[in-house]
Write a protein that binds this ligand. Structure first.
Ligand SMILES: Cc1cc2nc3c(=O)[nH]c(=O)nc-3n(C[C@H](O)[C@H](O)[C@H](O)COP(=O)(O)OP(=O)(O)OC[C@H]3O[C@@H](n4cnc5c(N)ncnc54)[C@H](O)[C@@H]3O)c2cc1C
Length: 280
């Protein structure tokens, strides 16, 4: 039986924090630097990485060579529960192999888990292991979900955790593509930096109230969009594509709204980015 993750193009990069910048009340941009990052593949878009959130001293078990994903996961599983770093998914906000740097934009959740807490307290010089695409392993787009084909009309919808991916996707769009962008945020200031960067497209920002669960304001906004524009999008066929990412329990409802309007399943990517419930 093949090893799990044998087809992954990811390797484990050793980095340390070079800069911490506050983008808005809820967002921290962390610039990571590392000698091996000249090999980090700069695919952009919604490139997923894994971060290994340290739970104690820097884990020596990973050595300092670039380990393939199947290998570092084996070492990770062998660690005791108390020493094992928490794994969390993030998006590369910028990759500069020539400067051996990667930026990651962290949204700090109102009830922060290990990754949000790490980002909130991060300071220059702290070390972080990240698993991401190595240009030496493969040129394939491992960890990228954005796949619009020939579509020139697109819908992008997400809460704060998806803002870095939406930014990456929009910045790489061909000029003829017109996007409708629906954003959910707890604080409008956290959407303001993104809204500035995606100017030229149709952007609406929907506020999550204190009593709302994650993603519920987004679901209401996508439902309203579907009532007005869903059937028109459906008749576009392959000329329309939707990418949505938010709280996990909202995902099937979002997908259902679009499919209910007659949009073909192949034209919809909907993904859970976080869980608004206690972890076990
Ligand atoms: C492909 C992908 C890309 C992503 N990119 C980004 C990105 O670029 N930037 C970004 O900010 N996020 C991104 N995310 C989302 C990020 O992975 C999640 O937000 C992640 O869960 C944050 O980890 P955490 O350790 O801070 O919080 P977690 O421990 O994962 O907790 C998240 C939330 O769960 C709830 N929760 C957890 N524990 C408890 C508890 N004990 N009691 C009550 N509630 C609790 C809380 O609501 C908490 O805020 C991405 C996710 C995916 C799948």
């Amino acid at each position: 039986m093949p090893a799990p993750f044998h087809a992954s193009a990811n390797a484990l990069f050793h980095t340390e924090v070079r800069q911490v910048s506050r983008l808005s009340p809820g967002f921290v941009r962390i610039t990571l630097a590392g000698a091996q990052l000249n090999r980090f593949a700069a695919h952009g878009l919604d490139q997923r990485i894994k971060i290994l959130v340290p739970s104690g001293p820097y884990p020596a078990v990973f050595g300092d060579e670039l380990l393939h994903e199947s290998e570092w996961r084996r070492h990770w599983r062998d660690l005791s529960a108390s020493d094992r770093p928490a794994l969390r998914s993030y998006t590369t906000s910028a990759v500069r192999p020539d400067q051996r740097e990667v930026d990651v934009d962290f949204y700090v959740h109102a009830r922060p888990g290990p990754a949000s807490s790490w980002a909130e307290a991060a300071s220059v010089g702290q070390r972080l292991l990240i698993s991401g695409p190595s240009s030496r392993l493969s040129e394939n787009r491992h960890g990228i979900q954005w796949s619009p084909g020939t579509a020139t009309r697109v819908l992008l919808a997400g809460d704060e955790t998806a803002f870095p991916a939406i930014r990456g996707i929009v910045s790489a769009m061909r000029p003829m593509i017109r996007a409708t962008i629906i954003l959910e945020t707890g604080d409008p200031l956290d959407a303001a930096w993104l809204a500035r960067e995606v100017r030229g497209h149709t952007v609406t920002v929907h506020r999550r109230g204190a009593a709302d669960g994650g993603g519920s304001a987004l679901r209401r906004a996508v439902a309203a969009w579907t009532r007005g524009a869903g059937s028109g999008a459906a008749v576009l066929g392959e000329d329309f594509y939707a990418w949505l990412a938010t709280e996990s329990r909202q995902v099937s409802a979002l997908r259902g709204l679009l499919l209910g309007a007659g949009i073909a399943p192949a034209q919809v990517h909907a993904q859970g980015y976080w869980n608004d419930r206690p972890r076990t």
